[in-house]
Write a protein that binds this ligand. Structure first.
Ligand SMILES: [Zn+2]
Length: 99
């Protein structure tokens, strides 16, 4: 069981990483050694907390590599299963950055 302190520390590490680089959920998961699912939870909180600091979590959306369909309105951070346009599953992973 994680303490709230260690969760805070991990969240700050993610904020620091995204402040200097553009990264995927997988990159972040490996960098801070937590599962991708937890990274996604942190990103939801981070999006709100950086807004309070006058910053913004920039999202490069998921995109279909075959037809170019962009998952523009996706508010979840999890990867879409397949493209609603061409029904294929060659999806480019979303990337995140704080500026
Ligand atoms: Zn497509």
């Amino acid at each position: 069981m994680e303490t709230s302190d260690s969760r805070q520390t991990i969240r700050q590490q993610i904020i620091d990483l995204l402040g200097s680089d553009t990264l995927t959920v997988r990159d972040l998961s490996q960098a801070v050694s937590i599962p991708e699912k937890e990274v996604m939870e942190h990103l939801g909180h981070i999006e709100r907390s950086v807004r309070n600091q006058g910053k913004k979590l920039m999202k490069t959306p998921y995109k279909c590599l075959l037809c170019g369909f962009v998952f523009d309105n996706r508010i979840r951070f999890s990867k879409p299963g397949r493209c609603p346009s061409c029904k294929k599953s060659h999806i480019q992973t979303a990337r995140y950055h704080i500026e």
